[in-house]
Design a protein around this ligand. Structure first.
Ligand SMILES: [Zn+2]
Length: 496
């Protein structure tokens, strides 16, 4: 929008036009609407529904509250290794989770190295498998870390302490072979990740259209971790979080430099199909969100609080794709600035509790990845356990509902956030609230029921951290929310 009050809108395409050929644009549609973005999201969803399939979500994941995320690279300092997986899983269960997700299980001393052999300095393969079996025998879920796109060009060289530590039958990937699978810029150079941050000149971005790279990832995720070690979940980093870069190495079999996106989607499709043939309950969690990739990926790690989030509005994705399951929280460290971006009009020091409150508000699953163990006596852990308990009390409503954002909310106090969810069978309306005022107190929510397709609210019940009770309704559409000493809560309304 500029001074002449005109809005300029651009869509950038990178057509590939070899000599003596031509290019014709795909059709574009522009809609003019007097209102907010929800209308555009409705139109986009309609179009997606005309050709995209819905993800096949196993029943246990529909009921999933979140994961306890840990980093072996951090735990190692406290002498914790694979033999301690059962203890860590029991810790997860005390918090209220049945899912444990690890970073840093692989060779190297970071969260996210690209050679996935379980680090021999963390324990033996038998200890690793025993830990996984312990979790599975108790009906739990356990996943580890992989990266979809990055490779270390110094491989097969490993630090000297790994000499004779990697079994002979484990192939150590070799850049002299893997460079054939790497993405190339238009000038023939490699696509480099974090050139100034890594110990060398940066990881290389690999092309998902390349069969060799797909084979490498499938070897680790399916052949080793799923079939041999016995895991039942996988977290794949950077799938749709950073922008997907293009590739000019047409030896990978793609016809267009932008096909890297299509190949990424088809890879997730392929790996989900193969993994769920072996274990129908196996899930793939990805970093980031995507429309097309959400047809196959089971769980989206949103990371909406991470430092690079300048204009957070996860509502847009949730509202457009209400069938996609989102987990959000701490895996990419949150910051004061990110919280300030969420609440530009509120000046106060934010805490981890505020991150949790917001995850609760949006109905997301909890990503509790502080990488270190949580002290069960710490104040944050106690608060977390209370929030998870509250979620469990209302989950049969939460997970069976469709996010409709704040459509129909006519009035509520400033700094109180209200999000609505309509039951998929239209049996109830769920309202989550977050009171961000300096001192929470009673408030009213006034609804325009016509916008939600409801005649009148018949009754309403409130659930907060330490309270449960009936709520007064005025004139069929105004909800009197009592102060229950809790910033977050949920109201379940039955309606006609
Ligand atoms: Zn390529």
């Amino acid at each position: 929008m500029n001074e002449s009050k005109t809005l300029r809108l651009g869509i950038r395409k990178y057509p590939y036009i070899p000599p003596r050929s031509e290019w014709i644009s795909q059709p574009y549609v522009i809609g003019i609407h007097c209102g907010d973005w929800h209308w555009a999201a409705d139109k986009y969803r309609e179009w997606c529904n005309s050709w995209m399939r819905k993800p096949r979500i196993p029943d246990w994941l529909k009921d999933f509250d979140g994961w306890y995320g840990l980093g072996f690279h951090r735990l190692f300092r406290n002498n914790i290794g694979f033999k301690d997986i059962p203890m860590l899983f029991e810790e997860a269960r005390r918090i209220g989770f049945n899912h444990i997700q690890f970073w840093g299980q692989m060779v190297g001393d970071t969260c996210c190295y690209r050679f996935y052999y379980p680090n021999p300095f963390l324990g033996s393969i038998d200890e690793f498998k025993d830990g996984i079996r312990y979790v599975r025998e108790r009906g739990g879920h356990i996943g580890f870390y992989y990266n979809i796109q990055a490779f270390d060009p110094t491989l097969p060289n490993l630090p000297s302490e790994y000499l004779n530590k990697i079994p002979k039958d484990i192939p150590i990937p070799d850049w002299r072979e893997f460079r054939k699978y790497a993405q190339r810029q238009f000038d023939g150079s490699y696509v480099v990740q974090y050139p100034n941050e890594e110990i060398h000149d940066g990881y290389r971005i690999m092309c998902l259209c390349s069969r060799g790279w797909r084979k490498y990832l499938k070897y680790w995720i399916i052949e080793k971790y799923l079939k041999e070690y016995g895991v039942n979940a996988a977290y794949i980093d950077q799938v749709f979080s950073p922008p997907v870069t293009y590739c000019f190495n047409f030896k990978h079999g793609h016809r267009h430099h932008g096909d890297t996106v299509r190949c990424r989607v088809s890879f997730i499709k392929e790996i989900v199909e193969e993994a769920t043939r072996i274990d129908p309950d196996f899930i793939i969690a990805i970093e980031g969100n995507g429309d097309a990739i959400g047809q196959y990926a089971h769980l989206h790690l949103y990371t909406s609080f991470s430092t690079q989030t300048r204009y957070p509005c996860p509502e847009v994705f949730s509202y457009t794709f209400p069938d996609y399951i989102i987990i959000d929280g701490f895996a990419n460290p949150w910051s004061q600035q990110a919280m300030q971006n969420y609440y530009p009009d509120i000046k106060r020091e934010w805490s981890e509790k505020d991150v949790l409150n917001r995850v609760y508000l949006l109905g997301y699953r909890f990503d509790i990845t502080l990488y270190d163990r949580l002290g069960l006596e710490e104040e944050f852990t106690k608060y977390l356990m209370d929030v998870v308990k509250l979620r469990k009390r209302i989950k049969k409503y939460q997970y069976d509902s469709r996010f409709i954002d704040d459509i129909g909310v006519v009035d509520k106090p400033r700094h109180v956030e209200v999000k609505l969810f309509i039951n998929r069978s239209r049996k109830f309306l769920l309202i989550n609230y977050l009171d961000n005022r300096s001192i929470p107190e009673n408030f009213d929510i006034k609804l325009d029921l016509g916008k939600i397709g409801i005649d009148r609210i018949v009754n309403a019940k409130i659930f907060s951290l330490n309270y449960e009770g009936d709520v007064e309704i005025i004139d069929d559409d105004m909800i009197k929310v009592p102060d229950t000493g809790s910033r977050i809560g949920s109201i379940i309304c039955t309606f006609r």
